[in-house]
Design a protein around this ligand. Structure first.
Ligand code: 5GP
Ligand code: ZN
Length: 132
């Protein structure tokens, strides 16, 4: 199986690496949403965020939490978004789990997701709770 992000983590395809440890790898996104847009991945291949094993999840989220403020400061941002696209309908294009760190500034013009009027919140809550 050929996986782009596995190849990047192994150094087989070049990328702007910003961090690496035994379990995780972080590099700049090739088409950044903002200056410093970075991706954090587990070195072990998993397709989706919810496929990642518990230990990798812990390490990846720990790396995200430690790197994000450092990236923010380094690029002169004042905030950041952390995001994960899980499966194609949510915008996942590369099928190797990755977490986006997107530095933000007050005047960057990027929009947050719009909210909608709530409908049937109790029914939805019950369905989700019943599925846990
Ligand atoms: P997704 O839409 O799957 O959540 O995000 C995949 C991200 O990977 C995109 O933001 C895209 O710009 C980035 N990307 C795709 N191919 C490459 C590549 O070869 N190198 C780097 N550094 N980023 C990539
Ligand atoms: Zn992979």
């Amino acid at each position: 199986m050929t996986c782009l992000f596995c190849q990047i983590a192994k150094g087989e395809i070049p990328a702007q690496k910003i961090y690496e440890d035994g379990k995780t790898f972080a590099f700049l996104d090739i088409k950044p949403i903002s200056k410093g847009h970075a991706l954090v991945i587990p070195k072990a291949h998993s397709e989706h965020f919810d496929d990642m094993d518990a230990e990798d999840t812990h390490h990846v989220m720990d790396t995200v939490q430690r790197l994000a403020p450092k990236i923010m400061e380094a690029v002169g941002a004042s905030a950041y978004n952390v995001g994960v696209n899980v499966r194609p309908d949510a915008g996942q294009v590369v099928m190797h789990t990755h977490i986006h760190i997107i530095p933000r500034t007050a005047d960057d013009g990027l929009k947050s997701w719009p909210g909608q009027d709530a409908d049937n919140l109790d029914e939805i809550k019950d369905k989700i709770a019943a599925n846990l």
